[in-house]
Each structure stands twice: as C-alpha cells, then as structure tokens.
Design a protein around this ligand. Structure first.
Ligand code: ADP
Length: 505
C-alpha cells in the first residue's frame, strides 16, 4: 500500500456520516468502516466474511435484490439507490446508497464498494408532506363537490319563489305595506339568485365544464350591455360612469354572454367598492392585436398585500369592513377564468387602500381577414300578443309546478301539471299539449326517458327544464329547447310565444 493509499484508508475508516464497506464478488463483506458500524450496528469483526445481503429487508432478499444490485453495478453505470435497509437490531432505516465495482488492472472484478447514508428523517418528512398534499387535494375535491351540490340544492327552492313573486307582481294590489314587502322580497331574492348563479357558475367554469359559444362580435356592444346591466346600481350609489370607446369598432371572436358577465362583474365591483358619489371610468382601445378594456374607480382601493391573491377563489378584503355590499369572493375568479378561456389576460392595479383600483383586460382581436358586419342578426321574436297555448308542466316539485302553472294561466295559457314520467305520458294523450316543459330530474323515469318515449307520439314543442347543464350531444337531439333552472318567467313566456309562431308556420 502506498503512503497515499494508507492515508486514504485511515480517512475512510474514520468517516462517520457514511457507511463505506467493500463487498467481494461473491457478496461477502471484506471491509467495514466506523460509519457502517454506527449506521448498521454490526462491528467489523461480526460482519466480515458474512453476505452483505444481511442488511437487506427480507422482502428484498426474497426478490433477489442484492444479487441484482451487484449485477447492475457490474454491467452499467449505476446511480444512487434509495431503499429501506435493516440494522443489526432489526430496525429499518431509509438508505441512499451507491454500489460501485472496482476493477483489477487485468480487467477482472476485484470487489465492490458500497457507500450509503441514513436518510430516514428526510424520507419521513417527504412522506408526511406528500400525505398532507394528498389530504389537501382530497379536501379540495370534496369542497368543490360540496359547492356544486349546495348550489344546486339552493337553486331548487328559488324557482317557485320567483314564479310566485311574478304572479304577485302581476296581480297588482296597492296596499303600500304589501307593495313594499313585495319589492323587498324581490330585491333579496334577486340577490340570492345572483349568489347561487355565481356559485354554480364558478364550480362549472373552474372545473372546465363550460364551453364558450364564440361568435364574431363587436366588443363595444358587449360593453354597452354591461353598462346597462349595472346602471341601476351605479345610479343607486350616485356614481358617475364615463365611457371612452375606441374610434372604430373592435371585433372579437368571443362568447358575448360570457364577456358581458366579465364586464358586468368588473363594473359592479367598481360600484360596490367605491363610496357613493364616486367616479367610474371605462376605457376601450386597441393595443396592437389586442383590445384593451380598463375599468377604473376612485374607491376604497386594494391593499398591496391582497393584490397578488385578488383573483383567487373566495379572496376578499378584510371581512370586518362593511359587508352590506358583500358577495362571496368568486366574481373575480370567474372573471379571470372566462377571460383566460378567451385567450386574454386581466391584471389588477391599485396604489393601495383609499387610492382607487383599476382592472385591465386584454383580449385578442378577431383576424382582420374576416372583418365586416357579422352575419345573422334580425329574427327578433315578434312583440304581438301571444296565442294561448296548451302547456304541460312536468315537475316532481309540486310547488314549482303549481306556481308556474298560475303564472302561465294568468298570461292566458292553458296548463296541466304532471309530477312523474308516467303521469306525463298519460297527460300527453289526454291533454294534447302544444308545449311540454319537462323537468329532467324526475324520480324513476327521468326527463330523458320521458322525452324518448314521447318521440313520435306528439308534435308538441318539447323544452327541458333542468338544474344541470345539458350533456352536449343530448341538447338538440331530444329537446327543442334546453332551459337551465331557475328559469326566468319571461323566458318561458317568450318561448311559448315563439313556439306558437313556429306552429303557425
Ligand atoms: P365579491 O365582490 O363577491 O367579494 P370578487 O371576487 O368580485 O368577490 O372580489 C373579491 C374581492 O376583491 C372583493 O371582496 C374586494 O375586497 C376586492 N375588490 C374587487 N373589486 C374591487 C374594486 N374595484 N375596488 C376595491 N376592491 C375590490
């Protein structure tokens, strides 16, 4: 042994943090350092000459891992290997190790060197972190499921309430107490409906269940509609809303309903989070290939600490602040997701509390090639007094069916209700409806089953009314129309008028 080799040997012997030992080609341990004794528990004189498979778990021994490891070390570049090993006292530890062959000058295998260290603590920590991450994901999944279910359950009672309110409004009555209470209920129910709609929407949009219905459209039109939507709120809080539009129309390939929702959200936030008498400015311009919309207010502003999280679900500024304007903290999440689905971006800017806020939306412009007026348009439903229709209402919620029935009768239509699929089919024979409003979620035979068995038996206009969005392929296949609950009474009356027109054709 040279002097250097001897020194190296001394050093090797003294390394405590690593187990370093040699294994003969037949697997017998041929040297053993202090670190190996410390980590594995065997003294050198106990283990020399023994098979190194001793330190493997019985499972790995049975699987032939020690021999495999030697074979791999011999034939290939062998990387670090992490596995459970067993100490002399039987306890296990997580070892990170490396087995390397040592070749003699004539190319024969002299022995292997094994280097390993105890990484149990890190391994346990990693396992714990992974377990917690999985738990969090599971909790998040259950929360999303709960939200989706909660929002649907909340929506069910809303339909009959909305219908009955509509009837109450139609039936006049001018006792000021009644009028006042009625309009209070109307406002509160409208608010409730908005919250529920947002909840349902955010669950569907963020889980990717929503598809955009894109068309060629002018950005200005959508923004104008959003401005109209929020006009009452802006007036109520005595804000001034000024709009500055681009000199030429900006065309987008986008879903107009969803974009209207985006700008309505931003404008109504501006109105909400600005003290009465504030200034809201809306600015539309073209920046290269994008349309830019800025919504700025001089309101309460946003704390710089909140700014990076402002688009996250359920993020809201300090809850102790005045919550009379409050929502659920989902509007901005929805807004950003919808914008991103359009290939756009949104950023929030605020110099801090009390300094106002600005939201900057960028959306890609439609390609120039197809510029020009959008096709279609026209075809607005005629405003004449509708023909009376015979309407079959199929809904297992008796209140919902009854209230809708009252509403339609007052508008001059004839109605009949059925509360399950079988009754519906019988009623079709007996009542011969022009229009069938069919709830999908019926007990037993569901709306789809009913629709299928009615095929060919009636020429009635068949509208699905459901708490759930349609399965894409079913939508047009079995129904003439698909309405999502709670359906606006005006939408149903409009549909009846339309179905009359169709029948007249
Ligand atoms: P919500 O309005 O229902 O709370 P949003 O997701 O629309 O939910 O907004 C999240 C939070 O962002 C709000 O609670 C509010 O604290 C803050 N915020 C949104 N818009 C503005 C604004 N224009 N000015 C100041 N704060 C805002």
């Amino acid at each position: 042994m040279s002097h250097d080799e001897a020194l190296f040997h001394v050093w090797l012997e003294s390394v405590r943090d690593f187990a370093i030992f040699m294994v003969a080609p037949d697997g017998a341990v041929s040297s053993w350092n202090v670190g190996a004794e410390r980590i594995l528990g065997y003294r050198e004189d106990e283990i020399l000459g023994q098979s190194y498979s001793l330190i493997f778990t019985p499972e790995d021994q049975a699987d032939g891992v020690p021999a495999q490891e030697m074979q791999e070390a011999r034939t290939a570049e062998h990387g670090w290997d992490d596995r459970w090993l067993v100490r002399k006292d039987g306890s296990r530890f997580w070892a990170s190790g490396l087995l390397t062959p040592v070749w003699a000058e004539d190319g024969t295998l002299r022995s292997f060197v094994k280097v390993l260290r105890d990484n149990t603590e890190r391994k346990l920590l990693e396992d714990e972190l992974r377990r917690r991450a999985e738990e969090l994901m599971e909790a998040d999944r259950r929360k999303n499921e709960f939200l989706a279910m909660l929002s649907h359950e909340l929506r069910n009672p809303l339909a009959p309430i909305l219908n009955s309110l509509y009837v109450l409004r139609q039936s006049g009555g001018d006792d000021p107490v009644v009028v006042q209470s009625r309009s209070m209920i109307e406002r509160q129910v409208a608010h409730l409906k908005q919250l529920v709609d947002d909840l349902i929407d955010v669950a569907r949009v963020t889980s990717g269940k929503v598809q955009l219905r894109k068309e060629r459209m002018k950005l200005g039109d959508v923004v104008s509609r959003a401005v109209e939507d929020v006009a009452p709120k802006v007036a109520e809080r005595q804000h001034t809303l000024t709009t500055e539009a681009a000199p030429v129309p900006l065309w987008l390939e986008a879903d107009p309903t969803r974009l209207e929702q985006v700008f309505t959200n931003l404008l109504s936030n501006a109105a909400k989070y600005t003290e009465p008498g504030g200034q809201i400015r809306l600015n539309i311009r073209r920046v290269n290939d994008e349309a830019e919309v800025r919504v700025r207010d001089n309101g309460i502003g946003i704390d710089p600490a909140l700014l990076p999280r402002i688009f996250d679900l359920f993020t809201q500024a300090d809850h102790s602040l005045d919550r009379t304007q409050g929502g659920l903290g989902i509007g901005l999440t929805l807004t950003r997701t919808l914008i991103e689905m359009h290939g756009g971006t949104i950023v929030a800017v605020s110099a801090g509390l009390g300094q106002g806020s600005e939201f900057v939306v960028r959306l890609p412009l439609a390609s120039e090639a197809a510029s020009g007026e959008a096709p279609g348009g026209g075809g607005a439903p005629a405003g004449n007094v509708p023909r009376p229709r015979r309407v079959l209402i199929v809904d297992d919620n008796v209140d919902a069916a009854r209230s809708l029935s009252v509403l339609l009768r007052r508008a001059g239509h004839e109605t009949q209700a059925a509360h399950d699929g079988q009754a519906a089919i019988e009623a079709v024979e007996a009542f011969r409806p022009d229009v069938i409003l069919l709830d999908i979620g019926l007990p037993g035979m569901d709306g789809y089953d009913v629709a299928h068995s009615l095929k060919g038996r009636t020429s009635a206009f068949l509208a699905a009314v459901s708490g759930y969005a349609p399965k894409e392929d079913d939508r047009e296949a079995v129904f003439d129309r698909y309405l999502v609950k709670p359906v606006d009474p005006d939408a149903i009356l409009g549909l009846l008028a339309e179905s009359g027109d169709e029948a007249a054709r």
